[in-house]
Structures are given as C-alpha cells and as structure tokens.
Ligand binder design. Sequence first.
Ligand SMILES: [Zn+2]
Ligand SMILES: [Zn+2]
Length: 153
Amino acid sequence: MNFEELLQAIQQEYPDLTFKDSGHFYWNSNTKTIYFSAPKGSKDNSRSSNKLLHELAHAKLNHSNYLSDAELLRIESSAWSLAKELCKKYEVRFDKEEQNESLQSYISWASSRSQCPKCKKNGLQTAPTLFHCPNCSHKWNVGKSRFTRTYRH
Ligand SMILES: [Zn+2]
Ligand SMILES: [Zn+2]
C-alpha cells in the first residue's frame, strides 16, 4: 500500500497514538505522538512508509528512555527489525538502504562522542552524558540532545 493508505490504516489500528505531519519523522514517548513528513507528489514513497513504520515500531516497543549510546543503538536496531516485519504486514517494500543509512548515522554519531578529545582513543561511557578515557584518564561531557528529546529517525 502507499503512504496515505498506510497512514490511514495505522491511525485506525492505533487510536491511542497521535499522528502529526511535522516535516520530520520521530517518536515522542511522553505525548505518544508519531511525527511524520508526508511525501510530496506521486513518486515512489516506500522510503517514507519505511520511516513511518520505524516510528510505529518505537511506539509498539514502548521505547522511551535510554541510559547509554550503546543502548540507543540497540533500541534503533530493534525498531528496524520490527519495522521490517511491519513492512510485510502492510505490504510495503522494505527499504534496506533506509535502514542502513539510519543506523549508520547513529553509529557515526555515537563513535564521534566516544572518541577522547585528547588522545583520540575510544572512551567508556560512565553516565548518560559523561565519558572517561581508559588510556589518558581524561573525562568529557557530551550533549544530551538524543537523551532528552525524541528519536530522530
Ligand atoms: Zn584519552
Ligand atoms: Zn528510530
């Protein structure tokens, strides 16, 4: 089914969730809202459908808070596994590229945060916004953006 049909189908199936066309795809667990960006025109919109099903997967899995970047990566990857199942259910072509790009963006983000600013070795996350370098003992803080806000993909 196409994006519009899919949106209608899941809105009917999940009356407790709110859906908002906002220009971005993300899941807000506090307000139980799935934000989406409706595709323009009649071009192949399976990529948008994949993103919508990925957000639905976060909602179905009750994803809310996570304490480490590693946990976030696990959450993202589990949401994609479920999105793949949902694609079958709603007869949407699963877009492996979309999945890979999305996961890759989280991996690059996580690895740039974990690199020690002093010696460039890999640090350990000791708290949601704190890293510690086992090599040179440097400690550094990272932004909270992905912890306090919603899922970007
Ligand atoms: Zn270091
Ligand atoms: Zn996600």
